[in-house]
Design a protein around this ligand. Sequence first.
Ligand SMILES: Nc1ncnc2c1ncn2[C@@H]1O[C@H](COP(=O)(O)OP(=O)(O)OP(=O)(O)O)[C@@H](O)[C@H]1O
Length: 231
Amino acid sequence: MSNPQNNNVIIACQQLGKRFKEGRLDVEVLRGVDLQVHAGEKVAILGSSGSGKSTLLHLMGGLDLPSTGHVEVLGKRMDQLSDTARGVLRNESMGFVYQFHHLLPEFSALENVAMPLLIRGMKVAEASAQAADMLEKVGLKERLDHKPAQLSGGERQRAAIARALVTRPKAVLADEPTGNLDQGTAEHVFNLMQGLNESLQTAFVVVTHDLQLAAKMDTVYRLADGVLGLA
Ligand SMILES: Nc1ncnc2c1ncn2[C@@H]1O[C@H](COP(=O)(O)OP(=O)(O)OP(=O)(O)O)[C@@H](O)[C@H]1O
């Protein structure tokens, strides 16, 4: 079937299945998940705890490989790339916001946010300037030199969001991005995402329990019994 948006597909999941072996137990978390994320699309994935949302996000980002099916990012099959090539594709096209922020404890907020730019080969002065700019946008202008342990939970979350957005990725994959933020800050973060979405056509895939956030997205899916369907 012809689809006028096919050229704009950033992430395509085809018949994804994922099993985890826990001792003798074989847990089937995902079964035949099909999903396409287009440029500029804002997608929410809902589902009860343990339904496999984080697992799906990890597969979409190439952080883990599926048991069956495959994921294409910008037309490239993740499972057919070497670990290095997969890492490069990830760094060049995607930003991640994890449930647990994964900021590096020995580095300041500024250094953490500058890191993905430095990995791309940007000069330190330019990377620092862009990181400071993004930290200002998430409201952390006064916290540039603070290490993660010197930030509150919400501030750490915002620093992680700044790190995901600083490279201006084609897609941001976010696991509960507003999970531990108060309503005002959560709205601020959403507005920031919305701004990037409009100005740069950044796609967002957000795993969330927050129905208010989900309601602001273009497409809302629900995962249940390993199957993804429109909510
Ligand atoms: N590495 C792993 N090894 C074994 N089982 C795993 C692994 N990762 C996830 N699971 C199992 O897969 C299921 C789905 O986990 P997942 O973290 O994807 O759920 P979730 O929908 O994101 O949950 P939550 O909303 O609570 O974060 C769970 O039953 C979990 O125990």
